[in-house]
Every structure is written in structure tokens, then in C-alpha cells.
Design a protein around this ligand. Sequence first.
Ligand SMILES: Nc1ncnc2c1ncn2[C@@H]1O[C@H](COP(=O)(O)OP(=O)(O)O)[C@@H](O)[C@H]1O
Ligand SMILES: [Mg+2]
Length: 254
Amino acid sequence: MLRMDSVSHSFITPTGQRMEVLSDVSISVEENEFFTVVGPSGCGKTTLLNIAVGLVEPAGGTVRHVTGASGGRPGAVGYITQDSNLLPWATVMENVMVPLEIRKVKRSERREQAAEWIRIVGLGGFEDHYPRQLSGGMQKRCAIARTMVYDPEIVFMDEPFGALDALTKTTMQKILLDLWQTRRKTIIFITHDLTEAIALSDRVGVMTGRPGTLKAVVPVPLGRPRDVYRITGAPGFESLRNELWSLLETDLDP
Ligand SMILES: Nc1ncnc2c1ncn2[C@@H]1O[C@H](COP(=O)(O)OP(=O)(O)O)[C@@H](O)[C@H]1O
Ligand SMILES: [Mg+2]
């Protein structure tokens, strides 16, 4: 579904020096897979996603999107960024309708489809609220609805639940897993939360510190459907978490 080969990238710092951010990253993600990337802060995760969705041209390497057989509108890509990027002057309903407007969906259908997704993510009754009138979790729900409404076959998510409290975060994980399971999407997810990575993913890619490179890809052997509220008690959870920590800790600052 997505194939990145030997991707590398660098930025010029404010003092004019070249800083290598990504080095030789190769990732291959299957259709309907839930693939998560973890790595130390500043290792280039967001840059990697920006390259994957085509917002940034990599200095080296190639990115290829392959159209899948199922699970969304062929070629359509969703991107949920670290901050939800909702339009502050638009209501929940208006925010969710934006992608449909861009796609020139008929006005009557726009409202219907947006309302359906607002209901699915549990925001029914808040259609006329503005983003500032929503909690962090509700803003995330709105961002998810806005992405899912145009039915992308692949969705990229950059630490979407990082700023939420533990309870809200777990609820959002459940909503996302349910969506992924029923709508058959391919998801590429970034987090620095290992419990979250294990709860959600089929495989976890572990990155080194900057310049980030993929040091290991670890399969998550836990069965599905998963109970995100009790995931830490699932057989195999502890050993997998230890394995991921061991891979990460050599790259963390003391
Ligand atoms: N547009 C940019 N210009 C210059 N430096 C950047 C730019 N975007 C990111 N960087 C730098 O690249 C490094 C990796 O950033 P980022 O991809 O956001 O890391 P992560 O998401 O893993 O925390 C950081 O040191 C950051 O300062
Ligand atoms: Mg980031």
C-alpha cells in the first residue's frame, strides 16, 4: 500500500548548517495494516509522514503509493496532524463538510455524509459548536470525522492522542480501532507511547535518534479484537513492551 525506499532528508538550520534528519528509511506497509512508528523526540517522525503524504520532497529515496483493492476511495490519503488543525471560525458540521466541498459533493449529500460521521465519532449534538467550545478529545473526534468523511484508503496519524488525558486517550484508541476494523483502512500511526503502539498495531517500527533510521520492525502477536482498556494485562504484552523499550532506550538522552 505504501512503500518507502531508502528515504533520507536534511534541513538547513537557522545558522546555515545542514542537519541530517532522516537516513536510509525503508518501510513497506500492507493493505489494511495498522503500522506504528515510535522513536525519540526530534528523530524525524513528522518529517517522515510529511514525506509519505507528499508534502515534503525527500532529498533521497522514493515513495510509492499503491492503490488497494478495498478499504476506501482509491488513491485518497488522509492526514491527521499533531494539532487537529480544525478551522476555528467554522462549526463541527462545517469543518467536517470541508473535504466534501473540495470534492464538489452535492450540498444536500454533504450535510448528510458529514452528519453520519459526526454521529459515528460520538459528536452528535455538537454539530453547531465551534472548536474552542470542544474538549481536546472532542476536537480529535472532529478531526477524525473530517478525515474519514472523504473515505481515504490510507490514513496517516501523527501522535493524534499525545495531548489527551489517559482516559480520553484510551477511549479514542477504542474508537479508532473499531473504525479501522469495520472500515478496513490502512493506518500509519506515530506515537511515543509504547502501550498505545502495542494496543493498536500489527507491527511497530522503531526509529533511532536523529538522523532517524528504522532500527527494527517488531510484529505485535496479540490477538484481535483487542480490549484497549485491559491491554496491559494481555498475554505477551509485558515482554513486547520490554523488547520495545530495550530497542528505544539506547537512543534516549540520559
Ligand atoms: N521545516 C524545517 N526546517 C528546519 N528544520 C526542521 C524543519 N522541520 C523539522 N525540522 C527539524 O528536524 C528534526 C526532526 O523534526 P520532526 O520530524 O518534527 O521530529 P519528530 O516528529 O520525530 O519529533 C528536528 O530537529 C526539527 O527541528
Ligand atoms: Mg513530530
